[in-house]
Design a protein around this ligand. Structure first.
Ligand code: VAH
Length: 315
C-alpha cells in the first residue's frame, strides 16, 4: 500500500478549503499538506500541516514536493473570470505558469496523480447554449476561459507524451458556505445568501433571467474525489470532463430564498459581468462523466438552499 502524501496548492481558496478538509478525512490529516500564498484559512487551523508556497516559484515548489515526499498534487490556485478581465496578463501568466510548473515537476518526480480544475468558462458564445456537449465548438472570450482551455490541452499533452496521470473537471459556478468565492461571475449566487440574512435584500450584478450552470460545493468535492479515485482506464477524457448538477437564474434562487425568508427582495443592476455570463452555456451535457466514472449529483436548488440556511450563521 503506497503511503499517499497530498499537496493542495491554493488550499485557502473557495474550493481549496473544502477539498483539503475532505482529503484529510480520507488520507489522514498529516498526509495532506495545505499550501497557499495567502495565510492559512481559519477553517484549516489545527487540521493538518500548512506551508506558505508561491506556485509561481518553480524551484521552491520542487523543493517542497521532494522534501514532503509528495505523491499527489491538487492545483487550485487561479484568477477567475471577473478578476481576470481586470488584469488579463496576470490572469494568463498565473493560470498557465502554475499549471506548467506542476506538470513539469509531476513528470520529473513521477507524481502519481495531479488534479487541476477547468471550468464551463472555456465555452464561448459560439458553443451550444443548451446541453452543451463535452466536445463542441469552444471559443472562450475571457482570459480565464482561454487559460483554462489552453491548460486542458497541456494536461492532455503531459498524459499522452509522458504518462502524467493528470485529471480535470469543468466546474460550473460553485456555491458554498464555508469559504468566500474568489472573484467569479457566479459569485452572486453566494453573496445573495449572506445579503438575504444580513440585509433581507440583494442588488444582483446579473439580469434576473441569466441562467447559468451551477453546483453546490459538496457535489463539486464529491465529483473531484470520485474522478481522482476512479481506475485510470475509466478516464477517457484527458482534457477536462463536463460536470453539471443544475442551472438557475437570479430570479429562481431569489424565489427559493423567499421560501426561507419571505421578506427577502432582490433588485438587478447588471455590470461588466453580464457580458461574461451571456457568453457561457445555460446548461451542460455531462453524460460522458456519468458514463465513464459514474457521476451523479446529490443537490438541486431546493436542497442546496435549505442546506445553506441550515449552515450559515443566523443573526
Ligand atoms: C467564475 N466561479 O465565475 C467561476 C467559474 C463557471 C464560473 O469558473 O469565474
Amino acid at each position: 500500500m503506497i503511503r499517499e502524501k497530498i499537496l493542495v496548492i491554493g488550499a485557502s481558496g473557495q474550493i481549496g478549503v473544502e477539498l483539503t478538509l475532505a482529503l484529510r478525512k480520507i488520507y489522514g490529516n498529516a498526509n495532506v499538506v495545505a499550501s497557499d500564498l495567502r495565510e492559512e484559512n481559519d477553517l484549516l487551523h489545527g487540521t493538518g500541516p500548512y506551508v506558505s508556497l508561491d506556485v509561481m516559484n518553480k524551484e521552491m515548489l520542487h523543493v517542497q514536493v521532494i522534501r514532503q515526499n509528495i505523491t499527489q498534487i491538487y492545483l487550485l490556485a487561479a484568477i477567475l473570470s471577473a478578476t481576470g478581465e481586470k488584469n488579463p496578463n496576470l490572469a494568463w501568466s498565473l493560470n498557465m505558469q502554475s499549471l506548467l510548473n506542476v506538470l513539469d515537476i509531476a513528470k520529473e518526480e513521477q507524481i502519481r496523480k495531479v488534479y487541476w480544475p477547468s471550468s464551463i468558462a472555456v465555452f464561448g458564445p459560439t458553443s451550444p447554449k443548451q446541453n452543451c456537449p463535452q466536445q463542441t465548438v469552444i471559443e472562450p472570450i475571457t482570459v480565464y476561459g482561454i487559460s483554462k482551455y489552453a491548460g486542458e490541452f497541456w494536461c492532455n499533452y503531459y498524459f499522452q507524451r509522458w504518462g502524467v496521470d493528470v485529471r480535470s473537471l469543468r466546474y460550473p459556478g460553485l456555491i458554498s458556505y464555508k469559504s468566500a468565492p474568489g472573484g467569479g461571475t457566479t459569485d452572486y449566487a453566494v453573496e445573495i445568501f449572506h445579503e438575504a440574512l444580513e440585509e433581507k435584500t440583494y442588488e444582483c450584478f446579473l439580469e434576473k433571467d441569466t441562467y447559468l450552470p451551477m453546483m453546490y460545493m459538496p457535489d463539486a468535492i464529491k465529483a473531484t474525489i470520485e474522478l481522482m479515485e476512479a481506475p485510470a482506464e475509466k478516464i477517457r477524457i484527458r482534457t477536462s470532463y463536463n460536470v453539471a448538477s443544475m442551472s438557475f437564474s437570479p430570479a429562481d434562487i431569489a424565489k427559493e430564498i423567499q421560501k426561507h425568508i419571505p421578506e427577502f427582495s432582490i433588485t438587478y443592476k447588471p455590470d461588466y459581468r453580464q457580458q461574461i455570463a451571456n457568453s457561457w452555456p445555460q446548461s451542460i451535457d455531462d453524460s460522458v462523466a456519468r458514463n465513464d466514472w459514474g457521476w451523479q449529483e446529490d443537490y438541486d436548488l431546493q436542497r442546496m438552499t435549505a442546506d445553506m440556511f441550515k449552515n450559515l450563521p443566523h443573526k
